[in-house]
Each structure stands twice: as C-alpha cells, then as structure tokens.
Design a protein around this ligand. Structure first.
Ligand SMILES: CC(C)(COP(=O)(O)OP(=O)(O)OC[C@H]1O[C@@H](n2cnc3c(N)ncnc32)[C@H](O)[C@@H]1OP(=O)(O)O)[C@@H](O)C(=O)NCCC(=O)NCCS
Length: 150
C-alpha cells in the first residue's frame, strides 16, 4: 500500500492524490465494503507473493444513467507488461454484466500509456475537455474516452 502511494506522489498524469496511507486505506476499505456507492476500487495483486501492485475500479457510478468512470494505476515496476490493459478489460466486462451501458474515462492530456490502455480496451476518443482537472494548483486539459454497450 505504501509503495502504491509513493508511486502516486508527484506522478504526472494522475489527478487523485491521497495524502497518506491512512487516507488510501480508508478509501480502499470503504469503497470495497459499500459496492452500491458511487465508487468501487479493486486491488490488483501478484498471486505469487500476495502483494498489491496496483488498483482498478470505478467512480462517478450512476445507476440512473447506467454509467461510470474507470480509473487504474500500477506500481512502476509492473509497467509495460499489459497488466493495466488486462485489468481495464476485465472490470469493464464485469461492469457491463452489472447493467451499465457507458463507461467513460478522462485522461490528463499527455498521459500516453493511459490512452493506449483505453484504446487497447476498446474505448473511443470523444473529445478534448479544456481545464477539466485541477491538480496541484494547475488546471489541466483532459481527453474524454468512452466504451459503450452496442
Ligand atoms: C497508465 C498505466 C496504468 C499503464 O499501465 P501498464 O500496465 O504499463 O499498461 P500496459 O502494459 O497495458 O500498456 C499500455 C501502453 O502503455 C505503454 N507504456 C507502458 N509503460 C510506459 C512507459 N513507462 N512509457 C511510455 N509508454 C509506456 C505500453 O507500451 C503500451 O502502449 P502500446 O500499446 O503502444 O505498446 C501506468 O503507466 C500507471 O500506473 N501510470 C500512473 C497512473 C496513471 O496514469 N493512471 C491512469 C490515470 S487516467
């Protein structure tokens, strides 16, 4: 958990930055205990030594509109092996079985690895959102992607 947090500190391309392990633990525990709430986050774990190497899940879940926003992150030691793409595909497939019809993703402009995860998971580019995310005192543009059930 601490390694995952350290990965988030100062990392470009991500807008959610928990300030300490306590905040991170509270988030992971609460979202996993209340799956009907507006967000759910799953751990991505290495089975060989039962170590958490990342997380994936949804926020802004709306059962009224049958939509949610996907988010994911991995420890840098695990990058480039296709794990995020596999995790994204897996949770999007699961979400479709739960009755959602639209999964969206907003990626900070310039986060090329994340764009590739989405493209490889079947998401399509919808548009450029100007000054959409406020991160560390700067308003960042974001790119909107979506996956819809056809
Ligand atoms: C985005 C992230 C989850 C991708 O994880 P990953 O498991 O490495 O992704 P994949 O292995 O499935 O590969 C996705 C693409 O990223 C590319 N990539 C992976 N690591 C990279 C790196 N360090 N630099 C540039 N490209 C990289 C891969 O080559 C692949 O692109 P390709 O299809 O053109 O070959 C990971 O980089 C990460 O945790 N980043 C910090 C958190 C973050 O940005 N989360 C998303 C917020 S929207």
């Amino acid at each position: 958990m601490a390694k995952l947090l350290a990965n988030r500190r100062g990392a470009p391309g991500i807008s959610w930055r928990p300030q300490g392990t306590e905040e991170l633990c509270e988030f992971v525990n609460s979202t996993n205990l209340h799956r009907r709430g507006p967000q759910v986050r799953f751990a991505i774990a290495r089975t060989a030594d039962d170590t958490i190497v990342g997380s994936v899940g949804f926020h802004s879940i709306s059962m009224t509109h049958r939509s949610a926003e996907v988010a994911y992150d991995l420890h840098p030691d695990e990058w480039g092996r296709g794990l995020a793409t596999a995790a994204c595909r897996s949770v999007v497939g699961w979400a479709m079985t739960q009755g959602l019809t639209r999964i969206q993703a907003t990626v900070l402009s310039g986060n090329q690895p994340s764009l590739r995860v989405l493209e490889r998971s079947g998401f399509e580019f919808e548009g450029h959102l100007r000054k959409y995310r406020w991160v560390e005192g700067i308003a960042h543009d974001a790119l909107m992607y979506s996956y819809v059930q056809t």
